[in-house]
Design a protein around this ligand. Structure first.
Ligand code: FES
Ligand code: MG
Length: 591
């Protein structure tokens, strides 16, 4: 039972009911009265609840939040709150040029200003498409007013000729089919579009399903809510319950800092392994952790997460899609499996005021084809390993997506079973890759290691999802479906290639990748967690001096003011790629 709300503690009183400053109070009131809110509503001690609205026509993945917000309002109203709904900067993962990676920090920045500067006592964060989730959690962490995340939910399952087609995933297969001449352009588009049959975010285990699952695993959304498909009636119901709950959270003064503890992040890392979560998750969790002031070094991903098995059988690693995940039990069923092994910090508090343990204990798997029991996983050791060497200080790799074909080709030396070595072919940004990948003069053979640089937070501002490169068409037709890929960009969460990603520092920050040349031999040892170019330190130092004398690693000019601003302050992916300096503003609503 929630304690009754103490109106004198509401931060919105500083705007709407401040006898010490009646001048400003009158001014604040008159404008919020102008669309029909009554004086009584604004001054009777009711909490003001923001709905941070990420849905719009420009953000199709989150657009359904425009509808769900009505049910949130009803929940807030029922508990005696007043809603002020406002837009947040849209982020459309697939539609934003040059990359939506630029927009996470911009959306964060905008939302911090709104949450801090307006009369809000609590906020509902309408999460969904990839970066909308971390952007909003980062802002809520910084401002630290009571906040609850509401997922928009995944799309319904996609189907084509009787088979499930996953959004963001089918496109990789379709591209290979197109490159091999098996389908024409029209069929290519039909096949890709079949994967998006309804409102909602990607129905695969891409970054959206990952981050919405992790928001729940962190304790920031109601238990069982992350996986509900967008069009389901349960999604409407949980929107209403979320609206009700945020009013109680204001009364309880339950804030992000009470929920986003180190234990909560470690829970989320373990859940990420078990669901087969995206390689973007380490970047986003690092960012949220830094804004709430929790120490979460990149090595925690390997230490906490690598050994956890893959339980969720969703594309791209598995077979099923979002509707199946929900019916099989969603996040609570996964957490319960991990909890039975002692892998979950059960005392971690969640938005409903109860612990993760109390929320998830005993939640059964409803379909073991979709969520496997811990003892019968899809894959062992499904988490990430963290690599380092003379090419970068940190990069991540999901070793569980290594295919048998890839293992046979690169990891079959019995004397050296965890390592592979080969000549590098280096691309400077995605345009260079697209221009040269199929050109035989590029010299790619089945032994080649493909490198993508100039694709990090500075080089390709925001960091592009381009490290997962397909082999040239002439190799695909010969049966080579994947080459090792290494780079300072990101990889789409919906791609299953065994890439070494998020390399930090990036080439544009003069990390070791900037010094690499096509033809250099590179050795990757997955057992030792190393990736090194096999040239001497002296030669590397010479190359560095020469490159610095030439003005450093060259990257394209900024196209917009924000690209220039972000480039001047953004950090590297291993530490969240946040706006460096922003992390010193913490818990600012409390001051
Ligand atoms: Fe928005 Fe996949 S593109 S969720
Ligand atoms: Mg993505």
């Amino acid at each position: 039972m929630t304690a009754p709300l103490d109106p004198t503690k509401l931060r919105s009183r500083a705007w709407f009911d401040n006898p010490a400053n009646i001048d400003m109070t009158a001014l604040y009131l008159e404008r919020y009265l102008n669309f029909g809110l009554s004086l009584d509503e604004l001054r009777s001690g009711k909490p003001i609840i923001g709905i941070a609205q990420s849905g719009s026509d420009l953000s199709p993945c989150n657009r359904h939040h425009l509808v769900l917000a009505e049910r949130v309002r009803e929940g807030v109203r029922e508990m005696g709150g007043i809603v002020l709904e406002f837009p947040v900067h849209p982020i459309q993962e697939t539609g934003k040029r040059p990359t939506a990676g630029l927009d996470r920090n911009l959306s964060y920045l905008g939302l911090v200003e709104v949450l801090y500067g307006y009369p809000l006592d609590g906020v509902v964060l309408t999460i969904g498409c990839d970066k909308t989730t971390p952007a909003m959690l980062m802002a809520a962490a910084t401002v630290n007013i009571p906040a609850i995340a509401l997922s928009v939910g995944p799309m319904l399952n996609g189907w084509h000729k009787g088979e499930r087609t996953g959004s963001g995933t089918i496109v990789w297969k379709a591209r290979q089919m197109l490159a091999a001449g098996e389908i024409d352009d029209a069929e290519f588009i039909r096949l890709v579009a079949s994967s998006a049959p309804s409102t909602g975010y990607c129905n695969t285990m891409g970054t959206a399903t990952t981050m919405n699952s992790l928001a729940e695993a962190l304790g920031m959304s109601l238990p069982g809510s992350a996986a509900i498909p967008a069009p389901y009636r349960d999604r409407q119901e949980v929107s209403y319950l979320t609206g009700k709950r945020i009013v109680e959270m204001v009364a309880e003064d339950l804030k992000p800092s009470d929920i986003l503890t180190r234990d909560a992040f470690h829970n989320a890392i373990k859940v990420n392994s078990a669901i087969g979560g995206s390689t973007n998750a380490p970047i986003h969790l690092a960012a949220i952790a830094r804004h709430i002031g929790v120490d979460l070094p990149i090595k925690d991903w390997e230490e906490q997460g690598h050994k956890v098995p893959l339980l969720v059988n969703l594309q791209p690693a598995g077979e099923y899609l979002g509707e199946d995940y929900y019916r099989a039990g969603g996040v609570p069923a996964v957490v319960n499996q991990l909890m039975e092994q002692g892998l979950i910090a059960e005392d971690a508090l969640t938005v409903n005021g109860r612990t993760m343990g109390d929320n998830c204990r005993g939640v059964a798997i409803e379909d073991e084809k979709v969520i496997r029991p811990y003892g019968a996983p899809l894959k062992e050791e499904a988490g990430f390993i963290v690599l380092s060497g003379n090419l970068f200080d940190a990069a991540v790799m999901k070793t569980s997506v290594i295919s048998p074909e890839f293992r046979n080709r690169y990891l079959s030396n019995p004397n050296d079973p965890d390592a592979f070595e080969g000549p590098a072919v280096v691309f400077d940004g995605p345009e260079d890759y697209h221009a040269r990948i199929d050109d035989p003069a590029t010299g790619i053979t089945p032994e080649t290691l493909l490198f993508m640089r100039g694709a990090g937070p500075i080089g390709y501002p925001g960091a592009a999802e381009v490290v997962n490169m397909r082999p040239p068409a002439y190799l695909i037709t010969e049966g080579v479906h994947a080459l090792p890929c290494i780079g300072d960009g990101r990889q789409s969460g919906t791609s299953g290639s065994p890439s070494i990603l998020n390399a930090s520092p990036e080439a544009a920050a003069m990390g070791g990748l900037a010094l690499l040349k096509t033809g250099d031999r590179v050795r990757v040892d997955l057992g030792k967690g190393t990736a090194n170019v096999l040239i001497s330190d002296a030669e590397l130092a010479e190359r560095r001096a020469a490159l610095e004398a030439a003005g450093g690693y060259a990257y394209p000019a900024s196209q917009t003011p924000w690209q220039e601003i972000q480039r001047s302050v953004v950090g590297q992916m291993s530490t969240g790629a946040i706006l460096e300096g922003a992390e010193k503003y913490q818990r600012i609503a409390q001051t």
